[in-house]
Design a protein around this ligand. Structure first.
Ligand SMILES: [Zn+2]
Length: 217
């Protein structure tokens, strides 16, 4: 596996990640700038979009992605579903964002108290067939991790975005190739409902191994 740190694509992704993290810090401090929210921006974007990051997150109403990163129109290519699961629609959407729009940074963000993860550990039989399939997919991913290391539900909330990121690498040849070439960075993140803070869990390499996020370095 070549060392992709320091490649042009990697540095571009790291710069986007730092910008998003700064936006999140503005949000946490109560100083959101609400950039790119004007009618003028909307008119500018009518000819085409050039978002700088793709984000897979949960549909949960408590995780509004643009607000959390203090971003606006045209900034983020966002895919949301219950439990930020790696479905075929998720992979297809992100393949489009990365392949056709040339996005260098993909973030998979899970969150504390995720209802879909809760449901994955419950014995509720009242789920519709489609919801059952979604929840089953999440549980199967979580079960891939060594049971000894699972640490119960609190850890499952945190582990879920890591597993979803790993599944993205396994499911998308495009993502694998871009990661291996240093043209894409894939970060796993965890949002805490109580504090509103985003924790960077690490970046996934092309082999599906979790490496340090690179944000502190
Ligand atoms: Zn959720």
């Amino acid at each position: 596996m070549p060392d992709v740190n320091g490649s042009a694509g990697h540095l571009r992704a790291l710069s986007v990640l730092r910008e998003l993290n700064q936006g999140h810090e503005r949000f946490l401090a109560g100083h959101s700038a609400h950039p790119h929210a004007s009618i003028h921006r909307i008119e500018q974007l009518a000819a085409g979009q050039h978002p700088t990051a793709a984000i897979l997150s949960c549909s949960d109403s408590r995780v509004p992605v643009e607000l959390l990163f203090d971003a606006g129109f045209g900034d983020l290519f966002v895919v949301r579903n219950a439990g930020n699961a790696c479905t075929s629609a998720t992979v297809g959407s992100l393949d489009y964002g990365i392949g056709h729009l040339g996005i260098p940074l993909l973030i998979v963000m899970g969150h504390e108290g995720c209802g879909a993860v809760n449901a994955a550990y419950a014995t509720d039989t009242g789920l519709t067939p489609q919801l059952h399939d979604l929840v089953h997919m999440i549980r199967a991913g979580l079960d891939e991790v060594d049971a000894e290391a699972q640490g119960g539900l609190p850890q499952a909330f945190r582990r879920n975005p890591i597993q979803a990121a790993r599944h993205m690498v396994q499911a998308s040849e495009l993502i694998q190739q871009r990661l291996a070439a240093g043209e894409l960075m894939l970060q796993a993140a965890y949002y805490t409902l109580r504090k509103g803070e985003i924790e960077w869990l690490g970046q996934m390499d092309a082999t599906g191994a979790l490496q340090p996020s690179g944000l502190d370095g």
